[in-house]
Design a binder for this molecule. Structure first.
Ligand code: ZN
Length: 266
């Protein structure tokens, strides 16, 4: 069965270090080349700076294409769950996504860390996730545990598993979709700091895929939850690049009714 190609996670230059700036029109042209049926433009929000929201809304309204949505990837950064998004700008969005980006994830493989240090890290991660998802009106939990899995694969699953189950039950209750992000599959070798932990790139990548499979199977088989795809593109040419996400979803047995289908709100 052919899975619906919807890319809800693309960055078009409206925050620091986000690379290339492209117009919504250019993004749609690129998305069409990748046979994308619905495109979400989702700049990152990680400070009070959000003048780009009304600017992009205007740009999108002038195109008047119902297959393009305006969203936001909110950085979850505070254990209070508070975000920078203003209610005025929230009203201009078709959807919102959230996930943490700035946890000191590189530190979780340090050999001198004891259980207490690790508990501290994972408790903070849990509080940020739980409170951000509970407190805000969110449509998608982006790239679950991407940073932790990238550096440690399944090494800390005993800490991640209870957080994961708790967060999935919030997602189920609040109808928040869980994202299958292309960045899970792009890095085929471990980060520099973690190179010594695996015998080869292949061993690392296999281990990463194994834990991702286990994680997403839990969401699919034990919860009533929908999934979304995200290219997480920072360059125009990667818009719609969700082939690996779809391949992975198929191996899990995800079918179209398991996929999030967003509608325009504004
Ligand atoms: Zn992200």
């Amino acid at each position: 069965m052919r899975l619906k190609r919807r890319d809800y996670h693309t960055h078009n230059g409206f925050y620091r270090g986000s690379g290339e700036v492209w117009t919504i029109k250019q993004g749609w042209t690129q998305a069409c080349q990748q046979n994308i049926e619905q495109l979400g433009i989702s700049p990152k929000l990680e400070s009070k700076e959000q003048d780009f929201v009304p600017y992009l809304r205007k740009q999108l309204d002038s195109i008047n294409n119902y297959k393009i949505l305006l969203g936001l990837e909110i950085d979850a950064r505070d254990i209070s769950g508070d975000t920078f998004l203003s209610p005025k700008n929230q009203a201009l969005l078709d959807y919102t996504m959230i996930g943490p980006h700035n946890m000191p994830s590189q530190s979780i493989i340090w050999s001198e860390l004891d259980d207490e240090d690790l508990s501290e890290y994972f408790t903070a991660l849990r509080n940020i996730l739980v409170n951000s998802l509970e407190k805000n009106d969110i449509d998608i939990w982006v790239h679950p545990f991407l940073q932790e899995i990238e550096i440690s694969c399944d090494m800390h699953w005993k800490y991640l598993e209870p957080i994961y189950l708790e967060v999935l039950s919030i997602c189920e209750r609040k109808s928040i979709a869980v994202e299958i992000n292309a960045n899970y599959f792009r890095k085929r070798s471990p980060p520099k700091a973690a190179v010594h932990l695996w015998k080869s790139d292949n061993e690392y990548y296999q281990e990463k895929i194994t834990i991702l499979t286990r994680m997403f199977r839990i969401a699919l088989n034990e919860f009533d939850i929908q999934f979304s795809f995200g290219s997480d593109s920072h360059d125009l040419k990667k818009v719609g690049d969700i082939g690996e996400c779809i391949k992975f979803a198929k191996t899990l047995g995800i079918i179209n009714k398991n996929l999030l289908n967003l509608n325009k709100k504004t």
